[in-house]
Ligand binder design. Sequence first.
Ligand SMILES: Cc1cc2nc3c(=O)[nH]c(=O)nc-3n(C[C@H](O)[C@H](O)[C@H](O)COP(=O)(O)O)c2cc1C
Length: 185
Amino acid sequence: MKIVLCITGASGVAYGFRLAQLLKEGGAGLSIVVTKCGRELMDAELGPKAAQELKKFGKIYDENDFSAPFASGSNPPDSVVICPCSLKTLSAIANGYSNNLVARAADVALKEKKKLIVVPRETPLSTIAIRNMLLLAEAGAVVMPACPGFYSRPRRVEDLVDFITARVLDHIGLSHNLSKRWGHV
Ligand SMILES: Cc1cc2nc3c(=O)[nH]c(=O)nc-3n(C[C@H](O)[C@H](O)[C@H](O)COP(=O)(O)O)c2cc1C
């Protein structure tokens, strides 16, 4: 399974980091793009060692490196996941403005009918953001806001992170035992 994981400058970098860890454990071939703002949020939210640790999980690409294999429709991955996804990146994708590798990878996923999963994090949402999410959903993307549920009775921040990570893995099609499913609580 070939996966491209993009981490952009929205709060909640822990979701993306955990996803990278689990995708690696699950045997996925992982390519990772971290935007400049994503890197800043990673340093702020996870500490200065996180960026270095991320390299253990997959090959890292610069957000301006359009020579990456997945920048071309001739070599698309199975899924592109943008987690967390800033509203700026969401807007770029929804409006076809592929000015960096993240937006281009997402554009390729949509045009090649591969899976695109975006995990936006913002609240409240403007009508512009809601419209952009609608555009993406209509284009075939899975729009999965970082809104963890509480029916599994989370005790730790890690439980909340795993709730969202589990839902993303479900959509990628990678099996896991992360969070209990409803009916098995
Ligand atoms: C501390 C901090 C927190 C931010 N949190 C969010 C957020 O949760 N959601 C969001 O859409 N943008 C957030 N932003 C704004 C984005 O980082 C900004 O729009 C940036 O241009 C996104 O660029 P990128 O998508 O290329 O990473 C935050 C910025 C900072 C500095």
